[in-house]
Design a binder for this molecule. Structure first.
Ligand code: GTP
Ligand code: MG
Length: 171
């Protein structure tokens, strides 16, 4: 219908950090304790309202496993926004997230909005490996939206998607 602007948003990050879980929580309000690892990529949409503007978010959930990395440019090409996800309990996934950010900064649209999600914050008290201050500093240096999230408890899940939606250009 008239007045609905579609925006392309891509999720990137190491396998098992919770990309599909964040999308499932945002779109359907659900969480699976044993989510299936994504093959190739998955596509879902969610419509959100910002003031009196309705925005259709086209969500491209990529597969994190190494053998699918060559497909990533197909998903982030033309994207208006990206969420790069890492798992706060796994420092390697934070390093990998930084590589994705660099790739987006060089290969994606120059005005792409990038958000960094430190997921699985529900596990922070027992198994945290990435300090929130380190991620915060990195995000500020690179002009990224940053939040720690939990697809399990839903903490900050709507908030990170909405923070991006609010920054999208309004047509
Ligand atoms: P690929 O599709 O292989 O790239 O992985 P993914 O990034 O989509 O991860 P997925 O959503 O499949 O989640 C991997 C596992 O982590 C699943 O067993 C989820 O239940 C679990 N998980 C996802 N998000 C959270 C979270 O916020 N907290 C906890 N405790 N577990 C989570
Ligand atoms: Mg997945």
């Amino acid at each position: 219908p008239a007045g609905i602007c579609p925006f392309k948003m891509v999720l990137l990050g190491e396998s098992a950090v919770g990309k599909s879980s964040l999308v499932l929580r945002f779109v359907e309000g659900k969480f699976h304790e044993y989510e299936v690892s994504t093959i190739g990529g998955a596509y879902l949409t969610q419509t959100v309202s910002i003031g009196d503007i309705t925005v259709k978010l086209e969500l491209w959930d990529t597969a994190g496993r190494e053998k699918y990395h060559s497909l990533a440019p197909m998903y982030y090409r033309g994207a208006h926004a990206a969420i790069v996800v890492y798992d706060i309990t796994n420092a390697d996934t934070f390093s990998r997230a930084k590589v994705w950010v660099k790739e987006l900064q060089h290969q994606a649209a120059s005005n792409i909005i990038i958000a960094l999600a430190g997921n699985k914050v529900d596990l922070a008290t027992t198994t945290r490996q990435v300090e929130v201050a380190d991620a915060q500093t990195y995000a500020e240096e690179n002009g990224l939206i940053f939040m720690e999230t939990s697809a399990k408890t839903s903490m900050n899940v709507n908030d990170i998607f909405m923070a991006i939606a609010r920054k999208l250009p309004k047509l």
